[in-house]
Design a protein around this ligand. Structure first.
Ligand code: GCB
Length: 599
């Protein structure tokens, strides 16, 4: 799906701002009054302040008035939402326009022409934040009878982050020609010596046109090539390199009867990604991931778009010597993806498939052998939602050079019967629908050890979340070291041709807490914990990277093991460094992006 930009044939206007707001039942036929308001975009939760409203589960109504300027009869107005979490129903003047399920991907709705004549239209969005075993992420919805007999819905997240909700990303109204560029797909093949790239640009239009003109421009806005039949070979291309990004632009024009119908410019990078012999190659060189699992999570905005925080995070990421992050546990904003492209930061792109573990508990009491719980794949009815999020993510992010791998799910019960039948078609779908055919991974949970896991042979990279020294052998780093070392060796022996990536490891740490001994939650423990992990990582030949859990502390639901959120961040929630950051900086600046572990 194309990002909304102004071009000679497209005009974008923002509908962000202060909207009318109400929680509870609503009637789109009747305008909301102005008693309560909400900012778009943001999570509604924290800014509402009131405790009950913050944790409210159900429908929230958003409304604004806007003017739809006149357009030519060959043009249309489109409403575009960057994301609404988790379910949106959109009305214009009380009339249903459409809906979208899934809280992390954009959607568009064409505004019918009859509204273009109106002085102003009333736009109403009903946002629902319920999750269940048919949605992604998975949540457990409960109803509680209150003292007055009324029913209040509660949601128990089947995952370890706060269920922030609202209109989370930009809302735009934009014009485009009726016969427009629907999509642009850009792929490139690099020669073995990197001296040539054959670039292919495929353009999807609504109807056939006389001419589709495609030109490529460099960063100086100089034309590099005009494509014939959608293809060109570029000599000595400047590559999109890790932390040294170079972005070309493809300008597409549709022409009919000598008239320019539509034009759009799509940035892209030339780089290759391959997996072979237990290594992960970018631009034909073995790459080492240094970085983080993150969250879209900031004070006040919650999960709402916060572009300043995004930039600060990526600057901090660079400052500590990292080169990558994973969009745990859902697709991040398009703005973040474009920023990563621009800054040369490598991204592992994840669908919101989290919570696919019956009665998941962050406390990992799932380590117990409670047989009653072991039927995740009978309970979960998420196949349709899963197919949808895969399709929507790849459609949205396929052209981003920063994206080097897709994640089909985080920590599903891949050791339970039924996991293989569930994942095989989804992994194939992900691989086959990507025009660049990037590697696909699944992030494995600690209980799905090599002897129990049913799916890791299906993926290209073995991604592991491992908490030796935290959830296992808590406070005993010597035992933790043995356990981690033994398990990584098992994976290496089982899949000698697959790279291993540690996608999560971490220890909750409260800044300022110190100890002479191995006492969890102290800054000294966090330092020792990582030192131990790194010692082990460096002995595993196929281990191609380390992504810390988490970049920053983040908000979770209230739980016994959560002290006002999850504190595994290297940075606090307001992005101040913990002591361990200095140690990471030393290690990561010493580890090169390439050839760290070349065999
Ligand atoms: C995990 C999950 C992540 C949690 C983390 C933790 O394995 O993938 O969502 O936040 O552990 O801190 O427990």
């Amino acid at each position: 799906m194309l990002y909304p930009i102004n071009t000679k044939t497209r005009r974008v206007q923002s509908l962000n701002g202060v909207w009318r707001f109400k929680q509870g039942s609503g009637d789109p036929q009747v305008a909301l009054d102005n008693n309560e308001v909400m900012v778009v975009p943001t999570s509604f939760n924290d800014v509402l302040v009131d405790k009950e409203k913050r944790s409210y589960i159900g429908d929230s109504w958003y409304e604004t008035d806007c003017v739809v300027p006149k357009v030519g009869d060959q043009e249309e107005w489109v409403l575009r939402f960057g994301s609404v979490t988790h379910h949106a129903t959109v009305y214009v003047n009380g009339i249903l326009l459409g809906e979208h399920r899934g809280g992390f991907t954009p959607f568009e709705l064409v505004v019918p022409a009859r509204f273009y004549q109106e002085e102003s239209i009333r736009l109403t969005v009903c946002v629902n934040n319920e999750l269940n075993n048919r949605t992604l992420p998975v949540g457990n919805l409960m109803e509680e009878v209150q003292e007055d007999g009324s029913i209040r819905k509660r949601m128990l997240e089947n995952f370890d982050f706060y269920n922030y909700a609202g209109i989370h990303r930009n809302v735009h109204l934009f014009t485009r020609p009726k016969n427009h560029i629907r999509d642009i797909v850009i792929t490139s093949q690099l020669s073995d010596d990197l001296s040539e790239a054959s670039v292919e640009v495929m353009v999807e239009t609504v109807e056939a046109v006389d001419t589709v003109r495609i030109q490529i421009f460099d960063e100086e806005k100089q034309e590099v090539a005009e494509l014939e039949n959608g293809r060109v070979t570029l000599k000595q291309p400047r590559l999109w390199e890790v932390l040294d990004a170079y972005l070309y632009t493809a300008r597409v024009e549709l022409w009919a009867d000598g008239q320019l119908l539509d034009t759009y410019t799509e940035p892209f990078g030339i780089r290759s990604v391959t997996v072979k012999d237990g290594q992960f190659f970018i631009n034909h060189k073995p790459f080492y991931f240094k970085g983080f699992g993150k969250h879209e999570d900031t004070y006040i905005n919650g999960r709402g778009l916060n572009e300043a925080a995004n930039l600060m995070d990526l600057n901090l990421l660079k400052a500590i010597g990292a080169n990558s992050f994973r969009t745990s546990h859902y697709p991040y904003s398009e703005e973040m993806m474009r920023l990563a492209d621009r800054m040369g930061i490598v991204v592992i792109d994840e669908v919101p498939a989290v919570g696919l573990f019956q009665q998941f508990s962050a406390a990992l009491d799932l380590m117990g052998e409670n047989k009653e719980r072991q039927n995740t794949w009978e309970v979960m009815q998420t196949k349709a939602a899963h197919e949808q999020v895969i399709d929507e993510l790849i459609k949205r992010d396929k052209n981003h050079p920063s994206v080097v791998m897709w994640v089909v799910a985080n920590e599903p019960a891949s050791h339970e019967t039924g996991a293989r039948a569930y994942f095989k078609p989804l992994i194939e779908r992900m691989r086959d629908s990507d025009p660049q055919r990037r590697p696909v991974t699944l992030v494995n949970i600690m209980v799905a050890t090599p002897d129990k896991d049913e799916v890791m042979d299906l993926v290209d990279v073995i991604s592991l979340n491992r908490y030796y020294g935290w959830y296992v052998h808590h406070g005993d780093l010597a035992k933790a070291e043995q356990g981690l070392s033994a398990e990584l060796k098992q994976w290496q022996d089982l899949y000698p041709d697959k790279p291993i990536l540690v996608t999560e490891y971490g220890a909750d740490t409260l800044p300022g807490l110190q100890s002479m001994w191995d006492i969890p939650y102290t800054e000294s423990y966090q330092i020792d914990y990582y030192e131990m992990n790194h010692r082990v990582f460096d002995t595993v030949p196929n281990l191609v990277g380390e992504q810390v859990w988490n970049f920053a502390d983040f908000e979770t639901n209230v739980m016994l093991i959560r002290v006002k959120g999850n504190h595994k961040g290297l940075f606090s929630r307001n992005r101040e460094p913990k002591q361990v950051v200095r140690e990471f900086k030393k290690r990561w600046t010493a580890i090169p992006n390439y050839h760290y572990k070349s065999k």
